[in-house]
Design a protein. Structure first.
Length: 556
């Protein structure tokens, strides 16, 4: 780890001294909840990640034996159905490592958009697919909805006896999913350590069972993690890079340098999606927060404000962003550099950043293991769905502007589409605000490309950080920070009409349906909008018709 702090050096050194004086490293390893709060609630039962490496290693033989059983049985595909901590680590692992020959290709479904659901129904043959239902709580509405839909689909194509053998569960002991999996006779139920929070679960069964399915060398992955674990116990912050990292980003964040901008080598760029949840959900509360900025196209130094700290994560063999990073360094931006020998460093970096985030929480003065604002959007969405069940429709909004098939909802004065975003974004504060693009749209390469171009234009014109996420996925990731931080975010929701809807079975194995995926994602976007408004956040909602859906870049 190389660190360039410039004018922030003295402030960070004071935080280093505080960490040493208060023996924070040793107290974390003793699981001393008073590091963060005097109340142990949602801390004492969330520190299992500290022991996760040893606990998971004891399961290696069972995991490997199961994977061999699955391979012999002829499975070639696996579909992870999960949200947030249950899906992000498996997705990062699959996109970073690929698939070893002879193992299962791994897909992740974490969008309730009906076209995303249909994509996997159409592309995956149930006779060759292992369906992995993954949720800590066992009651996540998205995950259970996916399970019921794909169980019914497998039931129709394979018959009850075979269908059950194509499903496994990863969950906590005693969860609703464990009970459902037993009732439906799932092939396997993996019970995880309940003392591990979702976003700290990458090295638990939630991350490692999927990793084994694609043929990763678990021993090699964990050997790298054990190196970082040992380092993270050192009281000397010059040697303990994990604690030093957390101290730096926490100290900078407390001074308003709180836009943690991630630049990564192309092969490991997906790691940022996992970091995004870990950092945002852990620190974004009590009017504070560190905003991870992931996959923002790298710009020139003059287009960044003083609220930026850059993290450059690169493979030693790659130099893609070296020149651009050197320019940022020369311009005086604080910068933290990591050089990975190879992609198996991912195992160690999972643990490093978990430890660093727990330290950053101490420095910021927040409790990193709860998520007090996540429930607000869920409650609002449930109210929307209750209304739907009672009157047959969701609440309707009146557009403030309609032009060329595009509708805009929000408190705007502009009379034409060209000026809407400028009016909204001009209220941003350089060096403080950020712009969050929230796409309640089908995950699609062309849509993503268009929204990425829009991000680049916003940054270049307004000099504010931008983030981009698909809904409802980001509700289990950055959604906590959106409502819990200092309130400087400006939010742009993108929605579209559903072209082909899909019913959600009320019960696995039965055809009756009271709600569809299209209704669910609409209720989730409306619920999130309501939760943002209730927290005094600035938000506009843009509805694109079919012809405009991949042309968001043209809005500026």
């Amino acid at each position: 780890m190389k660190v360039h702090l410039g004018e922030h050096q003295s402030a960070v050194e004071k935080s280093f001294a505080d960490l040493s004086m208060n023996q924070i490293v040793s107290r974390i390893w003793k699981k001393d909840y008073t590091v963060w709060k005097n109340d142990p609630e949602e801390i004492s039962n969330r520190l299992g990640w500290l022991d996760c490496i040893d606990v998971t290693k004891k399961m290696f033989n069972e995991i490997i034996s199961f994977v061999e059983e699955i391979r012999i049985a002829g499975f070639t595909q696996a579909l992870i159905m999960g949200m947030g901590g249950s899906s992000l680590a498996p997705e990062v692992i699959r996109l970073t490592f690929g698939v070893k020959k002879g193992y299962l290709d791994l897909h992740v479904l974490d969008s309730t958009h009906p076209e995303a659901v249909l994509k996997y129904e159409n592309e995956l043959d149930p006779s060759e697919t292992l369906y992995v239902v993954s949720t800590k709580s066992g009651g996540t509405i998205e995950t259970i909805s996916f399970m019921k839909y794909f169980f019914n689909n497998a039931l129709k194509k394979l018959g009850r006896e075979k269908a059950s053998g194509h499903f496994i569960a990863i969950t906590d002991p005693g969860s609703g999913l464990e009970e459902m999996a037993k009732d439906l006779n799932f092939r396997k139920i993996f019970l995880n350590d309940p003392d591990i929070g979702g976003r700290f679960s990458a090295l638990s069964l939630f991350g490692i069972v999927p990793a084994a399915l694609i043929g990763i060398n678990l021993e090699k992955l964990f050997s790298r993690a054990e190196v970082i674990l040992t380092e993270s116990k050192d009281h000397d912050l010059l040697k303990n890079k994990s604690a030093a990292l957390g101290t730096i980003i926490g100290s900078l964040g407390s001074k308003g340098v709180d836009k943690l901008t991630i630049i990564s080598s192309p092969q490991i760029q997906f790691f940022g999606a996992w970091l995004e949840q870990l950092i945002a959900e852990s620190t974004g509360k009590d009017g504070k927060g560190i905003l991870p900025v992931d996959l923002e196209l790298v710009n020139v130094p003059e287009n960044y404000s003083g609220d930026r700290v850059f993290v450059y994560i690169k493979l030693k063999s790659d130099s893609t962003f070296d020149k651009k990073v050197d320019a940022l360094k020369s311009a005086g931006f604080p910068l933290i550099e990591f050089n990975w020998d190879d992609i198996y460093e991912l195992g160690g970096e999972f643990f490093r950043w978990e430890f660093a985030t727990s330290v950053a929480g101490y420095v910021l003065g927040v409790q990193p293991f709860d998520q007090p604002n996540v429930e607000s959007a869920k409650i609002a969405a449930r109210k929307m769905m209750k209304q739907y069940s009672e009157v047959g429709e969701l609440p309707s909004l009146e557009p403030s502007l309609m032009e060329d098939g595009i509708k805009v909802y929000g408190d705007i004065r502009s009379k034409n589409l060209k000026d809407v975003l400028d009016e909204f974004l001009s209220s941003s504060e350089k060096g403080q605000s950020y712009i969050s693009l929230q796409a309640y749209l089908k995950p699609d390469k062309e849509i993503w490309k268009s929204l990425q171009i829009l991000r680049f234009k916003i940054l270049s014109k307004y000099k504010v950080a931008t983030t981009l996420g698909y809904g409802p996925r980001f509700l289990h990731s950055t959604g906590q920070l959106h409502k819990g931080d200092s309130g400087k975010g400006l939010f742009i929701q993108f929605i579209s009409n559903v072209q082909e809807d899909v019913p959600i079975p009320d019960t696995a194995g039965m055809d009756k349906s009271s709600i569809s995926f299209g209704t669910l994602i609409s209720a989730q976007s409306l619920g999130d909008r309501q939760a943002l408004l209730e927290n005094q956040r600035a938000i506009i909602r843009i509805e694109l018709d079919g012809a405009q859906i991949d042309s968001a870049a043209n809005l500026i």
